[in-house]
Ligand binder design. Structure first.
Ligand code: HEM
Length: 226
């Protein structure tokens, strides 16, 4: 369970295209303003709320601040929207950066989010396999395919979201998805992962997502030919 109340972002608050970090700021595990976040503060929040291992929390925080931070290694959440640093086209619930724009849209795109929820509707939650299907369909809409690094980031986000938000049945229940991804709040009945989530586990799950997506693309090609 978590111990900080949810307070939605105020108009001037800085937010990212990342549901996990916005939820941390909305609950006050990160400064509610979303500004001037330090490395240790970010590491602590990721460990405390999502039960990431120290090396994993360090790695994500260090890379995030290095690529998108400002001043003496500080981060404003909106800096994470810098296009093609970590942010990439083909997000599941965020629009792509407009041509020539340095920053991608930050708020959740309601219509894309509803499309995404359809993948969860059948099993009343999103399983890892549903993430694979959703990503394949979303990436198929892109004018230009994602390069290998950005494709891997997309797979990593799906794997990590599943690892930290899934229930004991291996799905992120529909209601949790609506609250966490849609409203950027920690779901009322969610509890953090029982076991620490480390780099190896996240890498392994991201590879499972990558392999699953490759298989689905082959099946799709085969179906189109028949
Ligand atoms: C438990 C930790 C985390 C989880 C579960 C998580 C999950 C996610 C998910 C699911 C998305 C995709 C949003 C979408 O497709 O609409 C996302 C996006 C993003 N996250 Fe996180 N995240 C975590 C930590 C971090 C950290 C530490 C950083 C950097 C400091 C970060 C930076 C980003 C950025 C820049 C995006 C936008 C990528 C895009 O274009 O889709 N995330 N995150």
């Amino acid at each position: 369970m978590y111990d900080h109340k949810f307070v939605p972002a105020n108009p001037g608050d800085s937010r990212a295209p990342c549901p996990a970090l916005n939820a941390l700021a909305n609950h006050g595990y990160l400064p509610h303003s979303g500004r001037d976040i330090g490395l240790l503060q970010l590491i602590h929040a990721l460990r405390h709320v999502y039960n990431l291992s120290l090396p994993f929390a360090f790695m994500l925080s260090f890379v995030g601040i290095l690529l998108c931070g400002h001043g003496f290694f500080r981060l404003d959440l909106q800096g994470l929207a810098a296009h093609n640093r970590i942010e990439h086209d083909g997000s599941l619930a965020h629009g792509d950066a407009a041509p020539g724009n340095r920053f991608a849209p930050i708020p959740v795109n309601k219509s894309m989010f509803h499309t995404f929820l359809v993948y969860a509707a059948l099993g009343q939650g999103i399983y890892l396999e549903d993430f694979m299907r959703a990503r394949v369909d979303r990436e198929a809409q892109l004018q230009k395919p994602l390069d290998s690094l950005r494709a891997q980031i997309g797979q990593g986000e799906a794997a990590l979201a599943w690892l930290v938000m899934r229930d004991d049945d291996g799905k992120i229940p529909l209601g949790w998805l609506e609250q966490w991804w849609g409203e950027e709040r920690l779901p009322d009945t969610w509890t953090k992962p029982h076991r620490v989530v480390g780099i190896l586990e996240a890498r392994t799950k991201a590879n499972v997502v990558a392999d699953g997506m490759a298989k689905l693309r082959l099946q799709d090609q085969f179906r189109r030919k028949c």
